[in-house]
Design a protein around this ligand. Sequence first.
Ligand SMILES: Nc1nc2c(c(=O)[nH]1)N[C@H]1C(S)=C(S)[C@@H](COP(=O)(O)O)O[C@H]1N2
Ligand SMILES: [Mo]
Length: 297
Amino acid sequence: MLIRIPRPWQIPDRIATPESVYYKRRQILALAAFPSILPALTRNPEFMLDRPLTEEWAATSYNNYYEFSTNKQQIKDLAKSFKPRPWTLEITGLCAKPKIWSIEEIEKQMPIEERLYRHRCVEAWAMAVPWLGFPLSELLKRAEPNSKAKFVRFISVNRPDEMPGIRYSGNYPWPYYEALRLNEAMNPLAFLVTGIYGKPLPNQNGAPIRLATPWKYGFKSTKAIVKIEFVENQPNTFWNTAVPKEYGFYANVNPKLPHARWSQAVEQLIPNMERVATQPYNGYAKWVAHMYNGSEI
Ligand SMILES: Nc1nc2c(c(=O)[nH]1)N[C@H]1C(S)=C(S)[C@@H](COP(=O)(O)O)O[C@H]1N2
Ligand SMILES: [Mo]
């Protein structure tokens, strides 16, 4: 694998400011290619970064998506023939107004905005990317969850024909599934993503709709979601079921709590793997720390 490894000082104008010429140009290109994301071109100033944005080529060619492969650099190619449209997302379970949404309805009706978020994989690599999307709460509140609803489950698409990783890693409990506590799902940081770098989400990043919960390890950010369900009791999750000793339910980023096989004190920024200190809640304590008492794993 030959990848260009830019040194930090060679990277042109990657620090994203609202005025970034680089970024404006991208947005104009995106608008020409995909007019329906016009409302997405508003960047929410609440969610800026303390570090450069990861270059687009890196964020879209180094992925985790076990339905395709365990090899991060192969996912982009293997996902080329995946068909993210037509697509429906079902909201169901303990709520007054269950509904099956088409992806087009979601894009039209949800308040699409752009947010710059850090992303921290449990394996210790990290990136910072501009997501397009909307708060998960916007979709959930329209379903009117009832008083029994305490958790929210997310289920990924199950298409073995299009996803070789499902065919060849038969031991995993497919389809991929995850969950949040209801108050985590309603937290303004929890974001449903339909685009990245001013463009529709590429298949390898979870098209057409994926979650971003930036205060948690990346495996909570379910890709290619087809179903969201309100439930009463804490549900099982894919990784907790597959390897219970290594992956808990909460999975909040915590530099002081090592993974069973490695430290979490340091993270490495793709693509040059610069090492930086891990921050509690991945730097999002201000938004989320109040939801926890510190014992969650
Ligand atoms: N359905 C599904 N969602 C998934 C995964 C997966 O294997 N399958 N991997 C998770 C992990 S471990 C990470 S780090 C992120 C990676 O997102 P990215 O490839 O867009 O960086 O997706 C998460 N969502
Ligand atoms: Mo991850």
